[in-house]
Design a protein around this ligand. Structure first.
Ligand SMILES: NC(=O)c1ccc[n+]([C@@H]2O[C@H](COP(=O)([O-])OP(=O)(O)OC[C@H]3O[C@@H](n4cnc5c(N)ncnc54)[C@H](O)[C@@H]3O)[C@@H](O)[C@H]2O)c1
Ligand SMILES: [Zn+2]
Ligand SMILES: [Zn+2]
Length: 370
């Protein structure tokens, strides 16, 4: 069958919207009719050439939700008609990380930026007969996606797709960074550097965990206005003020207990380190360009201040448990999702959607299919 999808042919080129041939699901795979897909910065990193992937052309998109249309042989996790959120890291349930309760580190992750499906073959092909890779083994910016059943999470049918999709990456990744990875404690102080689609959810996680002082820093004033609705008690405009100095002022010279970097640069990771108190925790969420191999942090200071510097992926959560859990919080009014979607776009307008993200106009832009 045919599907229209957003494909990257070369880094730094605009995404091309084209009609592709989509194969039937193989054994263990499902076909999802996509309803909504968020414009996460991670796809843009690939398009911008910051992050090399296994092949070109590559269909991008990983923050999606839709309806299962058909399933291949042996599929047990879902059936046609199920509503699903796509998972950007599969959860096989069998590897040692999954068995230990860490499906965010599933063994299948090693192949997620390569392009083919798990059996090494491709589901998408262009008119010229070329194979098209699927970023995160999804390629979610497409009317239809064929993916492994381990990459989908079944959800209740009453959630709007345009908010459910965001739980597939930005919400789970941000909220979980605070709650699961850092384990923010009640009464603590938190700094979130960069309050975009992910950082806004770190704020929500820190608030849910009971942090008392929650400082949001961004270079866009509108993001800071929004941040206050997502739990920030203080805001710092990083284009006008010295973030570290301001954090020290707000914490009586001590620094914060937990600092999160949700941008993607060594300089802001160093700011997060400097703004953290002794014995504090720095969590790096942003994906810095692959070519960068240094962070300007003094190893001596790391020891003398006894800080913990850590990375986080997919909110350090078991997403098949976490995604329904987060949606339940939303249903009970304890997690803001509607407010994250500041603009929707048609698939044909995806390049404009990403330009708006870079210009700082959105918390999250979302591609909506008919
Ligand atoms: N670790 C994970 O699990 C995970 C999951 C999703 C995304 N990511 C990564 O997290 C990062 C953020 O993603 P996003 O989708 O929220 O992006 P985004 O573009 O929506 O947000 C980035 C924010 O940083 C702000 N910013 C830029 N420079 C700044 C500076 N010098 N100081 C303060 N703020 C600054 C921008 O104004 C924007 O609000 C990206 O690198 C993305 O690839 C990681
Ligand atoms: Zn696994
Ligand atoms: Zn993402």
């Amino acid at each position: 069958m045919k599907t229209r999808a957003a494909v990257l042919y070369a880094p730094k080129e605009p995404l091309r919207i084209e009609e592709l041939e989509l194969d039937e699901p193989h054994a263990g795979e499902v076909r999802v009719k996509m309803a909504a897909v968020g414009l996460c910065h991670s796809d843009y990193h690939v398009a911008a050439g910051n992050r090399p992937v296994g092949m070109m052309p590559m269909a991008l998109g990983h923050e999606g939700a839709g309806v299962v249309e058909s399933v291949g042989d042996g599929v047990t996790r879902c059936q046609p008609g199920d509503h699903v959120v796509l998972m950007f890291i599969p959860a096989c349930g069998k590897c040692k990380w999954c068995l230990a309760g860490h499906s965010h580190a599933c063994a299948e992750q090693t192949a997620f930026a390569k392009g083919p499906q798990r059996d090494g073959t491709y589901r998408l092909h262009n008119r010229a007969g070329q194979n098209i890779g699927q970023f995160c083994m999804l390629g979610a910016f497409s009317e239809y996606v064929v993916a492994h059943e381990d990459s989908v999470c079944v959800i209740d049918k009453d959630y709007p797709f345009n908010v459910a999709c965001l739980v597939g990456c930005g919400v789970a990744g941000g909220f979980g960074a605070a709650v699961h990875r850092a384990q923010v404690t009640p009464g603590s102080s938190v700094l979130v550097l960069g309050v975009g689609g992910v950082g806004m959810n770190v704020l929500q996680g820190a608030h849910a965990a009971g942090a008392l002082t929650i400082i949001a820093a961004d270079v866009i004033e509108q993001k800071l206005t929004w941040a206050k609705e997502f739990g920030a008690t203080h805001v710092v405009n990083a284009s006008k003020e010295d973030v570290v100095a301001r954090v020290m002022e707000l914490t009586n010279g001590a620094g914060v207990d937990f600092a999160f970097e949700a941008i993607s640069s060594p300089a802001t990771i160093a700011q997060a380190f400097a703004a953290t108190a002794k014995l504090g925790t720095i969590v790096v969420v942003g994906l810095t360009p692959a070519a960068i191999d240094q962070i300007p942090i003094s190893p001596l200071q790391l020891v003398l201040s006894q800080k913990t510097l850590m990375g986080t992926l997919y909110g350090a959560g078991n997403q098949r448990v976490e995604i329904p859990h987060l949606l339940d919080l939303y249903r009970h009014g304890r997690l803001k999702l509607d407010e994250l979607v500041t603009q929707t776009y048609a698939l044909d307008d995806i390049n404009r959607g990403y330009a708006d993200m870079i210009a700082g106009k959105n918390i999250r832009g979302v591609i909506q299919f008919d």
